[in-house]
Design a protein around this ligand. Sequence first.
Ligand code: NAP
Length: 289
Amino acid sequence: VIESSTRVYAVIGDPIEHSLSPALQNWLIRRFDLDAVYVAFRVIPDRLKACVDGIRALGLAGINVTVPHKQAVIAHVDRVSPEVERLGAANTLVPGAEGIEAHVTDPVGFLESLSGERERFRGAAVVLLGAGGAAQSVSYVLGRLGVAQLTLTDLESGRAERLADLAQRSFGLPRVTAMEAGSDSLSERLARADVIINATPVGMSPHTERSPIGESGLLHSKQLVYDLIYNPATTRLLADAAARGAAVKNGLDMLIEQGVASLRLWTGKPLRLGARERGQLRSYLQERL
Ligand code: NAP
């Protein structure tokens, strides 16, 4: 029941109508028995400052921020977490007595999505496709997982080089190389990789026939192929990888875990999902894709 005590959480973005966050967060609100509701607002870039002022005026309890506001929102908040400071992007606003603090839960979402797969990363050779916002969060975590070699690529080679530089200087990664998308040297790295992570939008609905790597012949059964995309649940890349015997993972668990992390920040409670519950939530969300 919605009452005057009910806390209001929301996601802001543009576009927003296909966001899975309301379905995800309202499932979590029911599961954790919170007196809260979570809604979505389309906020155009020109109204971002007015929106943040509105969050203060209405006393909203917590906000998720998605594309295209993850970077721009930082200019309008009162404080940022150390991770936001490093990554230059935020996805969670936590209003409090001393104003609004910006956090980013994509790194912890990626880390917690790995569950039993973490050991695969220690000493591993990893290829990360894409060097945008998601890739930045992922490479930050790869530094903590003890990855031995990271190869980065992006259609815009300058972006890959900048992230390679940041990863090496600030994220504690020992050997980072930026390579041209589609190059022979990248194909070689893909074939030798222990883990391949797709952080590009290539293969996302409606362009589901596309794969961010041309040939599936580079994939093999000793690899983990992790696609951050969750719509569709099985991308062309994951289907190709599974056909070659690789272990595969899509982006749903990361989405879920970054959402649980936001809710922990808003409530101050140590909320966590067990493996079975995460599976139930995954199925629930998959039906809504
Ligand atoms: P982004 O900032 O736009 O970054 C994507 C980058 O990949 C861009 O720099 C893009 O270059 C590049 N790219 C496109 N095609 C490529 C190719 N074939 N090879 C190499 N690089 C290529 O997007 P993002 O926010 O990082 O998101 C990336 C993906 O991760 C999206 O599919 C998003 O849905 C997913 N994601 C999932 C989660 C989750 O919780 N599961 C969280 C965040 C993001 P151009 O700009 O030049 O095209």
